[in-house]
Design a protein. Structure first.
Length: 499
């Protein structure tokens, strides 16, 4: 292979995304709350942007660039190039003092408030103040209890190390071996200290069962002598957890000599123990869903999709800065800075308007397609793919995906996610389109009405669905059964009814 330096001509095709297109895609994907936060941030960072309170019944003014000067006409054509290295420190300071240099150009309607930036920051602070307070974490809960124990410094430090290895999402189990929590050169006595620290956490801190290394240890840590049927529950935990999981009750009877009633009673007590003692710390506060759209029904029963306007439609480009750009008294640096900021503001305003139009179009087509479901004339959604909506309004399927991402609509059936309206489907033996939701409902009905002494196997469920006109594969039945958290036929068998 020959390596040389030189100049060569090469022709190739490349597809690049312009900054404006990237911004539009980002805004399209944002839910309403994130969009509001983005606008708040832009109001702080861009001095030419204003948020005005307007009458929603009046037509919205479309901000136009100043046109009484060639330089101002070039705002739309000039590419956005911003010198990020110095953060426009000098230019920004000069812009903040423009009202002192030229007070005659201000009036009550065009002059930005002296506290405009502070007002924007206050609005942002109010928004953050309304965010729910973070719930107490598992680590905080354990450390708070640990601080009240009278133990040595070395033992406390080792307890802290173990607590740091516990996580809510893992149920509070200790998955890391104690040896791995110690320095590589730690002596054997350090492992003894780690064992003592683990025992301290397991026996003296709440919740019971915390820091267990497996399910069996977790349940044993919660078992107390005053529990009914203590000996039998202990036997089930120590020797028959897998048999209980697989519902192998006859095997337990044979191995223990317990009657079926005794096993059922002990199993009932065992179920009161918590296999994931840290689960409550992993439960996040329920997030409030703010619908982006809603449906209005007129007197004739027709649906009209409306959209929450939000602050995005009240964004304007400051008249003062547009006048300043056209003012020949402004310095070259001022004019360049204002042009860049006006162009950035125009991009944002237009991207928000494009986001609004796209989401409205997508929602309108979805509502029209799923009208039978929304009017409660059908219990099921119609099979619908994103590609169908994309073809209908003439956009790429990725645009549909972004438009429905984390967007919600208030309907006669409640607040629903736009993404949930898209469901795949198949055809029944009569050639009618059916959704997988219909098949899942049929599956639930069959299992709910089965004889629990002889539960239906997946093969039997396939045959019964076929008899009802739904041709599905066995693996499909298994997949949906597992998604519905329905156990296998062996696990569903009720041995108590076989006596």
């Amino acid at each position: 292979m020959r390596l040389t330096f030189g100049q060569h001509l090469q022709q190739k095709q490349m597809q690049t995304l312009a900054p404006r297109m990237i911004q539009s895609m980002e805004l399209l994907q944002m839910p309403l709350v994130e969009l509001q936060e983005r606008i708040e941030q832009e109001l702080i960072e861009n001095p030419v942007l204003e948020l005005r309170e307007v009458d929603p019944n009046l037509p919205r003014e479309t901000p136009e660039p100043p046109t009484n000067d060639k330089a101002s006409q070039d705002v739309e054509q000039k590419e956005l190039v911003i010198d990020e290295s110095h953060h426009h420190a000098d230019d920004f300071e000069r812009l903040l003092n423009l009202d002192q240099e030229n007070p005659q150009v201000f009036d009550d309607q065009t002059r930005p408030s002296a506290n405009r930036i502070q007002d924007s920051m206050d609005r942002h602070s109010d928004l953050m103040a309304n965010v729910a307070e973070r719930a107490e974490s598992l680590q905080d809960h354990l450390r708070s209890q640990l601080s009240e124990l009278d133990i040595s410094v070395e033992l406390r430090q080792m307890c802290e190390r173990i607590i740091s290895a516990l996580h809510e999402e893992d149920g509070g189990y200790l998955r890391t071996p104690l040896r791995d929590l110690l320095p590589a050169d730690a002596p054997e006595s350090a492992l003894d200290l780690a064992e003592e620290a683990l025992a301290t956490i397991q026996q003296r801190l709440d919740p019971p069962g915390i820091a267990a290394r497996d399910l069996q240890e977790c349940l044993m840590l919660q078992l107390t002598a005053d529990i009914p049927h203590y000996d039998k529950v202990r036997t089930l935990i120590l020797h028959h957890l897998e048999d209980l999981r697989d519902n192998r009750i006859p095997h337990i009877q044979k191995a223990t000599g317990y009657t079926l009633d005794e096993i059922q009673e002990a199993w009932g007590e065992l179920r009161k123990l918590d296999p994931r003692p840290a689960r409550k710390f992993g439960e996040s506060n329920a997030q409030t869903i703010v619908p982006d759209l809603w449906i209005e029904v007129d007197d004739e029963g027709n649906f009209h999709v409306k959209m929450e306007e939000g602050p995005g439609r009240n964004l304007y480009i400051s008249k003062y800065y547009r006048q300043r750009l056209a003012n020949k008294q402004a310095t070259k640096e001022e004019r360049e800075f204002i042009k860049r900021k006006i162009l950035a503001a125009q991009w944002l305003v237009e991207a928000i308007e494009q986001r609004r139009n796209t989401i409205l179009k997508v929602a309108h087509e979805i509502v029209n397609y799923q009208k039978k479901y929304l009017t409660r004339n059908s219990d099921f959604l119609e099979p619908l793919l994103m590609q169908q909506i994309a073809d209908k309004i003439g956009v790429h399927i990725t645009t549909i995906s972004r438009a429905v991402n984390n967007k919600y609509i208030e309907t006669p059936r409640g607040i629903l996610s736009l993404r949930d309206f898209f469901v795949s489907g198949t055809t029944n033996d009569d050639g009618e389109d059916v959704t997988w939701n219909q098949i899942r409902k049929e599956l639930q009905g069959l299992i709910g009405n089965e004889d629990k002494t002889k539960p239906l196997s997946d093969d039997e469920l396939v045959k019964l669905l076929k008899a009802r006109g739904f041709t599905v594969a066995r693996r499909t039945v298994t997949k949906y059964r597992e998604k519905l958290n329905i156990p296998s036929s062996r696990q569903r068998r009720d041995w108590s009814k076989l006596q």
